[in-house]
Design a protein around this ligand. Structure first.
Ligand code: DON
Length: 322
């Protein structure tokens, strides 16, 4: 039981450090909430939460941890898992590769050789993945809602104002979708697919929810509280791989170098960092940098990674199941 005591001590220590980092980075007001989706700029920019969830479901929560915000691109990671579960790796790879782009998350570009979306973490990839969810518009929205319900433990709520706002202003995504259509990667129902994609991005989550989602993936796809196997260990592995290589967009290389754990960010201000075999940490703070990543979020993860030897290639990392 010495090991259990040690694990417990470490989880509580993590909670204390999160409280300290919340105080330390609270005064940081660099960056600005996303404005290209008009409704997102209405958020209170000072909101700030840090949440951690261990594999046994224990939570360490700081700040505005129950405040709901739109999940945005973090949904891409979950949708990728659903597509892999439903269609298998080969079918998904036909449409979406696994190469980091080094470009903006909404770059209008495809894989040069095969004309697939470059990876599932950028908008092109997520739109292609969304097209794979079959059925009528309502059935497709329900299909992804059912998936969110398993992660969240409740019916997902959609922020209608953000959903509408994205629909009204999402011409950049329309350009991406038509490029995908012209190469036969998606079917000829662009408006409908985008509507489903925007709905997914507008699902409301808290920092605490994000940490629970991350802990599920860290736990080989088993939800720490419900015990449900949401994705298979193999699919969880694929999700972790693309989160590590592509989850932070054109910042992914720097992130892997400094923080060194799989992660996914969204323009709603959330970042979830996943520590395989240990748990997950989520930060919510809506001020973003030029890459679309939360400024305070980056600082918190850099400090945490340093303090806890979280980097996957830290030789003494204590964050393993064994
Ligand atoms: O499609 C979009 O542009 C947004 N709904 C999602 C983008 C996003 O979250 C990128 N994240 N940093």
């Amino acid at each position: 039981m010495v090991e259990d005591d040690e694990r417990q001590r470490r989880i509580e220590w993590l909670g204390q450090v999160c409280i300290g980092l919340h105080e330390q980075f609270g005064p940081l007001t660099e960056g600005a909430p996303a404005a290209y989706i008009p409704e997102l700029s209405n958020v209170d920019p000072d909101l700030f939460a840090i949440a951690a969830v261990a594999l046994d479901g224990q939570e360490q929560l700081t700040g505005d941890h129950d405040h709901l915000f739109t999940i945005q691109s973090i949904s891409k990671l979950l949708l990728y898992g659903l597509a892999l579960e439903t269609h298998g790796r080969e079918a998904v790879l036909e449409r979406v590769g696994v190469a980091p782009t080094g470009d903006l998350f909404n770059a209008i570009e495809l894989d040069e050789e095969r004309h697939r979306a470059p990876n599932p973490m950028v908008n092109a990839g997520a739109i292609a993945i969304t097209d794979m969810v079959g059925g009528s518009r309502e059935e497709r929205i329900e299909g992804s809602a059912a998936m969110f319900e398993r992660y969240l433990g409740r019916r997902p709520e959609i922020d209608d104002a953000v959903w509408k706002s994205e629909r009204a202003t999402g011409n950049h995504n329309r350009a991406i979708a038509y490029l995908l259509l012209s190469h036969g990667i998606i079917e000829d129902r662009v408006e409908e697919t985008l509507d489903v994609y925007f709905a997914q991005c507008s699902v409301l989550v808290s920092a605490r929810d994000l940490a629970m989602i991350g802990a599920t993936i860290a736990n080989s796809g088993v939800h720490p509280v419900s015990g449900e196997q949401i994705v298979s260990p193999r699919v969880a592995r694929d999700m972790l791989t693309v989160a590590l290589t592509c989850g932070m967009y054109d910042y992914a290389g720097e992130w892997a170098y400094t923080v060194g754990i799989p992660a996914k960010s969204g323009v709603g201000g959330g970042i979830v960092g996943i520590i395989p075999g240990a748990g997950a940490v989520a930060v919510f703070s809506p001020r973003l940098d030029e890459h679309g990543n939360s400024v305070r979020g980056l600082r918190v993860f850099e400090a945490l990674s340093e303090e806890f030897d979280m980097h996957l290639f830290d030789f003494d990392r204590p964050w393993t199941r064994a």
